[in-house]
Design a protein around this ligand. Structure first.
Ligand code: FMN
Length: 188
């Protein structure tokens, strides 16, 4: 039976390449639903035009969600079997660890900890952002709660994960979507 992966993408440059991650996850057998943070949605909508969102809807076969539904509305996506937060921003990682749930993306990942769902987070941030003292706290909190945070931070858990780049020197084409997908705990 096909299993469903929610790809939750935040507003960092790899979100504009979400199709790469979607195709890689589909090749690994997942039915992929894309959820964007509100700002990542705005980037796709205003920099990519409706065409980009249409292509993502067509690629996944599902609506692209970015906001909570109304209580009276039905769920439009199948229930997830796993969550992949990629790219995970400094903003979302720190809010997530502190239990903020004021966006659909944060609502899914905060609740996901307790359901519990397998969750992998692949950050994308520069090495100035990575020095913020809230980041190691957030990563430790999330790891203790069972999230696989793929951040190369000198800990054994982070070994092989994303390594923060100098400001203005990010490389979205090297973003390791495939590594994160291979790390998802249970293959479909
Ligand atoms: C061009 C641009 C690039 C950005 N790149 C990053 C990034 O690589 N990592 C990061 O954590 N934040 C980055 N930010 C900041 C986030 O977009 C910002 O913190 C935003 O509020 C994140 O919201 P979200 O976590 O809900 O997606 C960038 C912002 C801009 C305008």
């Amino acid at each position: 039976m096909t299993r469903t992966l929610y790809l939750i993408s935040c507003a960092a440059p790899p979100s504009r390449h979400a199709a790469t991650g979607i195709r890689a996850a589909q090749a690994a057998g997942w039915d992929v639903c894309l959820i964007l943070s509100p700002r990542a949605y705005r980037w796709a909508q205003e920099d990519g035009g409706e065409k980009e969102l249409d292509e993502l809807r067509e690629l996944t076969g599902h609506p692209v969600r970015y906001d909570y539904k109304l209580p009276s509305e039905r769920d439009v996506l199948p229930k997830p079997d796993a969550l992949l937060v990629a790219p995970a921003t400094l903003n979302t990682l720190t809010k997530w660890a502190d239990g903020h749930a004021d966006t659909l993306a944060l609502g899914l990942v905060t609740e996901g900890l307790g359901l519990p769902l397998p969750i992998v987070a692949l950050p994308y941030l520069n090495n100035a952002q990575a020095q913020h003292p809230a980041l190691p706290r957030a990563v430790a909190t999330l790891r203790a709660a069972g999230v696989r945070v793929l951040l190369e931070d000198g800990t054994p858990e982070g070994s092989g994960g994303f390594r923060p780049h100098p400001p203005q020197h990010g490389n979205v084409t090297a973003y390791p979507w495939g590594y994160a997908i291979a790390t998802l705990p249970s293959a479909p």
